[in-house]
Design a protein around this ligand. Structure first.
Ligand SMILES: Cc1ncc(COP(=O)(O)O)c(C=O)c1O
Length: 389
């Protein structure tokens, strides 16, 4: 576990999280616990595979061949008990790119698209930048846990203008790992009303011990025809800068449309190192991932306990998955701009502003705990001192 304990300097490595502190927070001294990547080195298997590939020193156009497809197939089967056919796979530099492509391929201008808010900000862009309209199914906070308002969900998917639903599973920023029952209900309603589901499962490998991620498309042959699943090793193994992800699209017609969309934007190939890293991580990274989850679980519990012990002005919601904690700061009684100001100027901790995930996020902040424990301790201390000082 030592590899998850040491703090590795990232400043000066062109890191968005560390090197953009001044421009994002106007304060270069904030402890960055915002953008969703990790301060941990990836599994050595990734480094070894990249170094070996780099020794060749020729970086021509590279194919996503059978071995990498096989690595994905065995990973999805082993970690998520879902048997996928290699021919269902499409590749994409990133999941956000996949959302944009799928929306354009599978809906028309002015169509309505359902999202569950508050949610990862690019969901809004993937809809609105293409002249589609957002329809919201706001998630409801009840006794410290977010739930789906199914009555509202059903009403929204019944509307003929709603053609697509973009699901965030597990959910960023709320950390919910949707249960079998919740997923089944959503899938059945979408099937009944012929709404196609784009399921963003980028955080699917990152669930805490008591929770299990279920790929939406794995329920039945009928449901899988309705679902576009977006997955990647990037959150799981800290490979976001390598830009390699994939879509699983069992329905041939939908797959062809998405493929055509990618090709019409000139997006036909992945980065050589991205392919190599994805294959190595999926083939050899399982033990590393199991250790990572233990470390994240310890960090999560530490933040929850310390904050609970020292203040009742902030409540840390229990994340069931993801390394992102959703902090309910409404008891602090601050306006949105005062809240942001408090974290940046008083506490000197760089978090994501809850409002950036939608208006339901007002009064909340998102904290990234994918860092060595000493950074988590420092971040929590800074917040407690600023609150009490
Ligand atoms: C739900 C969700 N989807 C997509 C992404 C980004 O994916 P990519 O870097 O592959 O575009 C993130 C990153 O935080 C995310 O949380």
């Amino acid at each position: 576990m030592e590899k998850f304990r040491n703090t590795v300097t990232r400043t000066g490595t062109r890191s968005v999280k560390w090197d953009l502190r001044e421009s994002i927070f106007q304060n270069k001294d904030v402890l960055p616990m915002w953008v969703a990547d990790m301060d941990f080195p990836s599994t050595d298997a990734v480094k070894d595979a990249i170094v070996e590939r780099a020794q060749h020193n020729i970086y021509g156009y590279t194919i996503t061949d059978q071995p990498v497809k096989g690595a994905i197939q065995q990973w999805v089967k082993k970690r998520h008990q879902w048997d996928i056919d290699e021919k269902w796979l499409l590749f994409s530099p990133g999941v956000v790119t996949s959302l944009h492509m799928a929306v354009q391929a599978l809906s028309n201008e002015n169509d309505h698209i359902l999202i569950q808010t508050p949610v990862y900000p690019p969901f809004y862009g993937a809809v609105e930048k293409h002249g589609r309209k957002i329809v919201k199914n706001s998630l409801q906070l009840k006794d410290g846990r977010y739930e789906i308002d199914f009555e509202d969900f059903e009403q929204k998917v019944t509307d003929d203008q709603v053609t697509l639903f973009i699901l965030c599973s597990p959910h960023n920023p709320l950390g919910r790992v949707w249960t079998e029952d919740e997923l089944h209900k959503m899938a059945d309603l979408c099937l009944k009303h012929n709404v196609t589901i784009i399921s963003d499962e980028i955080h699917g490998d990152l669930t805490y011990p008591e929770h299990t991620h279920i790929p939406m498309a794995s329920f039945s042959d009928e449901i899988r025809e309705q679902v576009i699943t977006c997955m990647a090793p990037s959150k799981t193994f800290n490979l976001a800068g390598l830009q390699a992800s994939y879509l699983i699209v069992p329905n041939e017609k939908k797959r062809k449309s998405i493929e055509k969309q990618f090709s019409s934007q000139g997006l036909g190939m992945l980065n050589t190192f991205g392919i190599v890293a994805m294959e190595a991580a999926y083939l050899h990274g399982e033990e590393w991932l199991d250790q990572l989850i233990q470390v994240l679980d310890e960090n999560k519990k530490y933040v929850q306990e310390k904050i609970h012990e020292h203040t009742d002005q902030i409540k840390v919601l229990d994340a069931e998955g993801t390394y992102l904690l959703w902090l309910d700061c409404r008891q602090m009684g601050l306006s949105s701009s005062e809240l942001k100001q408090f974290f940046v100027s008083n506490a000197k901790v760089g978090l994501n502003d809850g409002l950036s995930f939608g208006r339901e996020g007002d009064g909340f902040m998102r904290m990234n705990i994918a860092c060595p424990n000493e950074i988590v301790v420092e971040g929590v201390n800074r917040i407690i001192q600023a609150l009490n000082g």
